[in-house]
Structures are given as C-alpha cells and as structure tokens.
Design a protein around this ligand. Structure first.
Ligand code: HEM
Ligand code: NAG
Ligand code: NAG
Ligand code: NAG
Length: 509
C-alpha cells in the first residue's frame, strides 16, 4: 500500500505539472480565459490547411455544419475565422464592419498591384478610401454606368453577330464561354482603357492574354510561404517567385504603355465634372493626378494598380456569372421557355432589346439573382482581416484574424432558404425586396459593407442586357452526341464552370 502511494503522489503531481506547462504553452496569455470559437482538430505546422480540399467553399460548409457558423481554423500559422450564417455575417459586415474592413497581405496580389496600391487588396485606410471613391465616382456610379450605355449596346450586338456567324449551319457548335469572356473583357477594356486591345491588329494583344492567364494561374497556386513563414524559401527554389516577377514585369510594361499613350494623347483636356463625356478611366485618373488638388497624390503606380483591379475584379466575375446563368437556363427548359416569353412580350414588335426594356423583365432579373445565389463567382468573398480585439456572438476574436465569409454556404442555408439546392427563380419574384446589394445578409454574392463590391451596377447592366439579347435572338440546343447540360465546378478562388459552354444556336427571328 505504502509503496503504491509512494509512486502515485509524484506521478500525479508530475502529470499536473505537465498539463499546466502544456496549457500555458498552447494558450498564449492574450487568449487565456477567453472563449474562442470552436475549432476542428489541427495538425502540427499545417494546422487545418489539409481540410480545405480543392473546393474550399464546400469543405468549409461541411465543417461548419459540425462546428457552427463561427469557427476558427488555423491555415498554417494564420488564424482564420470562418463565417457561415447570415446572422454571423451581419455581425461581421454590419455591426462590426469598421473592425473587419482590413485585408490580409497575400504575396502575389500584393506584388502585382505595386504593394497593394489598388482597391481590392489595399489595407483599410486613407489610400484605399481615396482610390475607391475615385473609381466609384468616375467609373462605377449609376450615372457613369449610364453614360457607357453605347459601349454595352455595341458590344452585346457584336456578341449576337459573332454567334450568328459561328452558327452558319444547324450543326455547328458555338463556344459560348469564349464569346462571353470577350464580351465582358472588351466592355471593361473600352471603358477603362478607351479601346480594345484584343482586335488582333495590336501586337500586344496575344501577349496580354498570356499574361492574364499566367497571373490567374499564379494566383491560384498555393503559396506555402503565405501560411507557414519558414516555408518562404520554397517559392524561391521552385521558380514560383521568378515566374511571378517575370509576369509582373511584362504586365507593368503593358500598363505603363497604356498610361503613356493616354498622357501623350490628351494633355489635360478632360472635364472631370462632365459625366457625359467619353473620357475613359485612365484619362480621368491622369486628370486627377495633374490637378493635384487634394492632399492625396495619385502616382503612376496607383493608376496602374487601379487598371489592374478593374480587369482582375471585373472580367472574370462578370462573365462567370453570365455563363452560369445561361447554363442553368439551358438545363431547365421550363425556365428558358418563361424567359423567352417574357423577353418577347416586353420587346414586342420592335424585335430589339433596349436598355429601358430591362426594367420590365422581372423574371429575367430573378433568373440572374437565382444564378448568383447558387453560383456566387467568389464564394468566400475576398478575405477580410480584423484590426482590433473584439467579441462576436460571445467569442473572442483577436486583432489580425483573417476572415473568410462563406457567401455560398449562407445562400444554401436551409434556415433561410426553402429547398436551397433547387434552381428556382420564383423565390425572388415572391420576395422582390430580396436583393444582392448588401442589405439582406442571407444573400451576399457581392459582399456587403465598406468592402462590398463597388461594381454591382456595372456588372448587372451588362449581364441583363446580354442575357435578354441572347434569349431573344436564338434557340439553343445541345451539340450532337452530348446528352445533358453539364454544371461541374472548376476549382480556384473564382468558381467557373469546369467545361466551356458549347451550344448549337439557331436564330429565332
Ligand atoms: C457578377 C460580377 C461580380 C461579382 C459576383 C463580384 C463580387 C465581388 C466580391 C464578392 C467582392 C468582395 C467583397 C468583400 O470582400 O466583402 C468584390 C470586390 C470588388 N469588386 Fe466585384 N464583383 C463583380 C463585378 C465587379 C466589376 C464589374 C467590377 C469593376 C469593374 C468589380 C470591382 C470590384 C472591386 C474594385 C472590389 C474590391 C472592393 C474593396 O476591397 O473595397 N467587381 N466583388
Ligand atoms: C472554349 O473557350 C474557352 C474560353 O476561351 C477555352 O478555354 C476553351 O478551350 C474553348 N473550348 C473549345 C472546345 O473550343
Ligand atoms: C482582354 O482585354 C485585353 C485588353 O484590351 C486584351 O489585350 C485581351 O486580348 C482581351 N482578352 C480576351 C480573352 O478577350
Ligand atoms: C502634388 O502636391 C503636393 C503638395 O500638395 C506635392 O508634394 C507633390 O509633389 C505634387 N505632386 C505632383 C505630381 O505634382
């Protein structure tokens, strides 16, 4: 008996000591005693990185069903809060919007946009506020978007013409994805740069395409050093840094050329107050730089970073959303039929869609909304970051925490949506107040709050017009030998269709 207790006492006290040391070691003083959001178990070093899979929005939805609408993940050494319900999103992007309006620094985008001198990746602060308000005022406001109407009309007409050409015989297959990329890319190119660089005559065009592709590829590549600081050397050894530096250099040359072109072309003739003029974004930015009125100086790097943002944030997202909408409409013949009836009825005998008509196409608007619900192009939004310690739903969130908002999971939440898996535009007809402008937190494909997408009106007007014209002008069918419309997702931070949308288009009028 005595010999037994002789062993037990030291053993117990030793164990208690070990537990104490471990607890002290793993609970830094700042969080000790504070309630943290639930976390799935993590591995040493990589933390929860292995749980993201190729489809992070889906993997995170699955985890959130188990750990709740606010959960804490560790992506390598980066603490990441994952938000998966409308209530939690409202807490972050409305109640505590100011605290969560920062962005984490990510290597490749940071380098690409001259040390985050753009809008989307800029840290919260004066620079971001100034550049964002310039872009909103001169490019993305309702008034400016209206003034680019002729560009939208020309580019959507061109889309219809191209489809007519490629569908010369009743069996020829049209690559709709390809044409939709050109539509949004060319539209943005014309309003931002004043012309298209894709016409083929310019030597730079193929180069630009290759550059964009390389950038998209590099941005999608997992950069270990961003999550595990002592792995930073990997990107040097595997050639990743070198590739990035190379494409950044050639992109910079392209953008510098664009800026110089504009500088030589019009030396201070742009009237900033005249929203009806046909000046492009670069003209306007240069004019603001020349006037140098505010305390904020607009340097060349900022101008180039902003142009980069318009392509980076605007093209991919806008075309993807249109591509998903067409794919869903094609997959549901009864929805396509309704769309056709509405468009034909509104347009009537004039046989052409005008922008005024769109206001009357309520079903078409509902179809676009439903497509953005099931297929938000950026399902996790752009990561946010907190700037100070705070409490959300009773949990302690430390300053510097990265935040993923799973807009897709929120829009699939059965608490807020009946049969969420079903593509059913009628739900938006029943509740017309339900909108994507950041006031209904159960539906936030463009984000919300200070960091919400400033390009909503721009994107929606192009897409509504393009969709109406496509529906009015053609009947679409599957290519011969293909059995059904495919809706497989590709992996990546912007979620595209994996396979291009190939159709047989027959002119319907
Ligand atoms: C259907 C098309 C589009 C979708 C789904 C979309 C979605 C988004 C999302 C989810 C964000 C992040 C919001 C957040 O972090 O809370 C964002 C940010 C942004 N978007 Fe869009 N977007 C679209 C079109 C456009 C267009 C056409 C432009 C401009 C030409 C644009 C410019 C931007 C910019 C500059 C930001 C960064 C805002 C900031 O950080 O302050 N977007 N967008
Ligand atoms: C269709 O267009 C997309 C986008 O440009 C391209 O990636 C794809 O290879 C094209 N596919 C076919 C079969 O033409
Ligand atoms: C996108 O626009 C740029 C700039 O105008 C152009 O160089 C490029 O070829 C375009 N890409 C596509 C796929 O249309
Ligand atoms: C703009 O004005 C500030 C002073 O207000 C000056 O420091 C800066 O050099 C000026 N920039 C340009 C490009 O003229």
């Amino acid at each position: 008996m005595t010999s037994f207790s002789n062993y037990v006492v030291p053993l117990v006290s030793f164990s208690l000591f070990v537990i104490f040391v471990l607890k002290w070691f793993f609970n830094p003083a700042s969080t000790a005693g504070k309630k943290l959001p639930p976390s799935p178990p993590k591995l040493p070093v990589i933390g929860n990185l292995h749980q993201l899979s190729l489809y992070p929005h889906r993997a995170l939805q699955t985890l959130s069903k188990r750990y709740g609408p606010l959960m804490m993940l560790h992506l390598g050494s980066v603490p990441t809060l994952v938000v998966s319900s409308a209530d939690a999103a409202l807490e972050i992007m409305k109640t505590n919007d100011l605290i969560f309006s920062n962005r984490p620094k990510v290597t490749i985008p940071d380098k690409l946009v001259y040390g985050s001198k753009d809008i989307a990746f800029a840290p919260y602060g004066e620079h971001w506020r100034q550049v964002r308000s310039i872009c909103v005022l001169h490019l993305l406001s309702n008034k400016r978007v209206q003034s680019f109407r002729y560009i939208r009309e020309e580019e959507t007409d061109l889309l219809i013409q191209k489809i007519r050409q490629s569908s010369s015989s009743s069996t020829s297959v049209t690559n709709l994805s390809n044409l939709l990329v050109s539509l949004t890319n060319d539209t943005i190119s014309r309003v931002a740069l004043g012309r298209k660089y894709s016409d083929g005559e310019a030597q730079g065009s193929t180069k630009f395409e290759l550059m964009l592709k390389e950038i998209m590829e590099l941005s999608g590549v997992f950069n270990a050093g961003d999550f595990i600081p002592w792995l930073k050397w990997i990107s040097k050894v595997n050639g990743f840094d070198a590739r990035a530096d190379k494409v950044i250099k050639s992109f910079d040359e392209f953008l510098s050329g664009v800026v110089e072109d504009h500088r030589n072309r019009n030396q201070g003739k742009t009237d900033l107050d005249d929203s009806s003029n046909h000046a492009d974004l670069v003209d306007l930015l240069l004019e603001i730089q020349r006037e140098n009125k505010s305390s904020f100086t607009l340097d060349d790097e900022t101008i180039k970073a902003v142009i980069f943002d318009m392509f980076g944030a605007g093209t991919d997202t806008t075309y993807t959303s249109l591509e998903w909408t067409m794919a869903e409409a094609l997959r549901h013949p009864e929805i396509m039929k309704k769309l056709q009836n509405e468009v034909k009825q509104v347009v009537g005998s004039k046989k052409q869609v005008a922008e005024e008509d769109l206001e009357k196409m309520l079903y078409l608007k509902a179809v676009l909304k439903e497509s953005l619900r099931l297929h938000p192009p950026i399902p996790l939004l752009i990561p946010h970051q907190s700037t100070q310690d705070t409490k959300i739903m009773g949990y302690h969130i430390a300053a510097g925490t990265q935040v993923f908002i799973n807009a897709w999971a929120i829009a699939m939440d059965p608490m807020n949506w009946e049969n969420p898996e079903e593509f059913n535009p009628e739900r938006f007809l029943k509740n017309t107040a339900l909108d994507f402008r950041g006031f209904n937190f159960e539906y936030i494909p463009f984000g919300a709050g200070r960091r919400g997408c400033p390009g909503i009106t721009f994107a929606v007007t192009v897409n509504e017009l393009a969709l109406a014209k496509l529906i009015l002008n053609f009947d679409f069918a599957l290519p011969i030998g293909v059995k059904e419309w495919d809706l497989t997702e590709d992996s990546g931070s912007t979620v595209h269709k994996k396979n291009p949308l190939l159709v047989v288009a027959t002119p319907s009028c």
